[in-house]
Design a binder for this molecule. Structure first.
Ligand SMILES: *Cc1c(COP(=O)(O)O)cnc(C)c1O
Length: 364
């Protein structure tokens, strides 16, 4: 049997997505108990206490299927953000949504556009359906919106924009983004990936769901994995026109979001006090990291998220491994074509101090 000949054409070129190393793996390997993971942009504080207090109530009902329509969660989202419930699509993480969009709009004759150094899942979902991925060179580690418009081909169906982008942290402000959206032909779907929206909008100049009124070809996705602290539950959503949401729901598996995840998201959306505390902490601690990196001679790219990618001026693998052997997990960015960079997530104050301390010792 020759698997290479029988798998879907696009899949031969793919490598599996490489997640950040789990804490348990490193602790086992090093025989230590206090490893620090600053590798996957999770909320270091944890989930909202409301989630933990009440999740038992849901546990006892897990012999039942979840609500396949996620009625309650959609209602909470619709009230909180002033959109219609029918505009909301629920995903098993927002990565699920990214995949729905590729599967809904792309076939093998089509192409989709994303930026160099943009989130790794875009090329993955595009190639998995056998479509052509067009990677547009970035400008200063940011999306080059003009170049993206220039790269549109007659078979282009989707443009992916991560705002803020992971791993660069780059951010496109409101005016520039709206100007861009106006120039995109209306038969091309734009996915505006707002996985870090809570962080970026806490600063300023971001766009909310109301801009959907002007752009029927726009899908805006958000995640509960980052600021909401629910990465392990796997839950995210998008808001779009009702018409578009109806199409996305056709490719969605009937029970893609489990009951615990739905419940956790409902609780988390209701806890503004916890969220604000986390956002404030992130802003403060991001400054601490920038300051520390700067004093050690590292340039950190300006980031609107809860992470910083910094330049080591030489291949970063050695530094990555040294940090690992000292119990600190960060992320190399070789797959993002940034081999001299490391990405560090903003952790708790004590975690950030340990990271900076170990980094300093390493430089000797
Ligand atoms: C983390 C991340 C996501 C996906 O997160 P989910 O856990 O699937 O919700 C999407 N886009 C970007 C840019 C991310 O960094």
């Amino acid at each position: 049997m020759d698997l290479e000949k029988i798998v879907n054409k696009g899949i031969n070129d793919l490598s599996p997505y490489e997640p950040g190393k789990p804490i348990e793996d490193l602790e086992r390997e090093l025989g230590i108990k206090n490893a620090i993971k600053l590798a996957s942009n999770e909320n270091p504080v944890g989930p909202s206490p409301r989630v933990l207090q009440m999740i038992d109530k849901v546990l006892k009902d897990t012999h039942r299927y979840p609500d396949g329509n996620a009625t309650k969660l959609k209602e909470i989202i619709s009230k909180k953000f002033n959109v219609n419930s029918n505009q909301v699509t629920i995903g098993n993480g927002s990565n699920d949504i990214i995949e729905f969009i590729a599967r809904t709009f792309l076939s093998t004759d089509d192409s989709a556009i994303y930026s160099e150094h943009a989130f790794a899942v875009y090329p993955l979902v595009v190639k998995a359906v056998g479509a052509e991925g067009i990677e547009v060179p970035s400008k200063n580690f940011s999306h080059d919106l003009e170049a993206i418009l220039q790269s549109i081909k007659s078979n282009t169906k989707i443009i992916f924009i991560a705002n803020p982008n992971n791993p660069t942290g780059s951010f496109i402000g409101r005016a520039e983004l709206l100007e861009f959206l106006k120039k995109v032909p209306e038969n091309i779907i734009v996915l505006l990936d707002q996985a870090y929206f809570d962080y970026s909008s806490y600063e300023d100049d971001d766009v909310d769901f109301q801009i959907l009124n002007d752009f029927p070809n726009l899908v805006m996705s958000r995640s509960f994995s980052k600021a909401y602290g629910l990465a392990g539950f796997r839950i995210g959503y998008s808001v779009s026109s009702e018409l578009l949401a109806n199409y996305l729901n056709r490719v969605r598996q009937p029970f893609n979001a489990n009951s615990l995840a739905l419940f956790a998201a409902e609780q988390a959306l209701d806890d503004d006090e916890f969220m604000n505390k986390c956002l404030q902490l992130n802003l403060e601690q991001k400054k601490v990291l920038y300051g520390g990196l700067d004093s050690l001679g590292f340039y950190g790219l300006p980031s609107r998220g809860n992470f910083i990618s910094f330049d080591c001026q030489k291949n970063s693998t050695e530094l990555f491994n040294k940090l690992l052997n000292n119990g600190v997990i960060v992320r190399t960015l070789g797959v993002y074509k940034m081999p001299t960079f490391l990405r560090v997530s903003v952790g708790l104050p004590e975690e950030n101090l340990v990271f900076l301390e170990k980094l300093k010792n390493m430089l000797g």
